[in-house]
Write a protein that binds this ligand. Sequence first.
Ligand SMILES: [Zn+2]
Ligand SMILES: [Zn+2]
Ligand SMILES: [Zn+2]
Length: 261
Amino acid sequence: MSKHTKITFLGCGTSTGVPVISCECEVCTSTNPKNNRTRSSIFLESDNTQLLIDTGPDLRQQLLREKISNTDALLFTHGHADHTVGFDDSRAFCWRRDDRLPVYGSGETLQILGQMFPWAFDETYGGRGYVRAQAVEFSDDFMIGDFRIRPFEVIHASVATHGFRIDLPSGQSLAYASDIKSLPPEGKALISDCDLHIFDGLRLEPHPSHMTLSEACALADEIDSPAAYMTHLSHEIEYERETSSLPKNRHLAYDGLNLVL
Ligand SMILES: [Zn+2]
Ligand SMILES: [Zn+2]
Ligand SMILES: [Zn+2]
């Protein structure tokens, strides 16, 4: 028995993914796999619990690549397409269970999912081949297996969006906020003592609903983060070049990156 949790970046790309369709820029044509980014999602795995956060359009390929065949629940940051449209592929998690797969989100996110995938939440529908989900509106503080989850509101776009503080069996904790322009004081207070922060660091130029790489570093510095990884990256971010310009303990994520806490 280990108390450790493996954190896997299934994807660390922005909504277009990288390469971007029809783009010929140096990052989109790069042969470095760390410049190849599927849509943002992470997977946490301890001895007792597996948890998938978000189901973007690349979910199927991500699960195949990482050989993931089970999760105890799904947890959603928000209802944007780049975090939800792969939801139907979570049917693979339903084949091996009798009960319905718990799907945690805010009321607004669950409403969006219900509109996009009505059959998945319809208890009168369907056989074992389809998604059989149980919508669970999350509270301020709840458990999924041995992970303690505390959602916090972030400023992102016009939809309700959350980040999560997740306390792990080892006693360590992480904060995940993949889509964020700014973080209200309540969120800062909640995550300031986490051991690991994963933040939106979209690109170098300002964006109305995402943080730039330098804004992400500034937030990490403000809360005195001991280790921060930036995700939801666009094709402006050349992995090696930007990594070499980042301060100590500030990193870029890449697809397939594993961290252990
Ligand atoms: Zn996104
Ligand atoms: Zn490009
Ligand atoms: Zn978004």
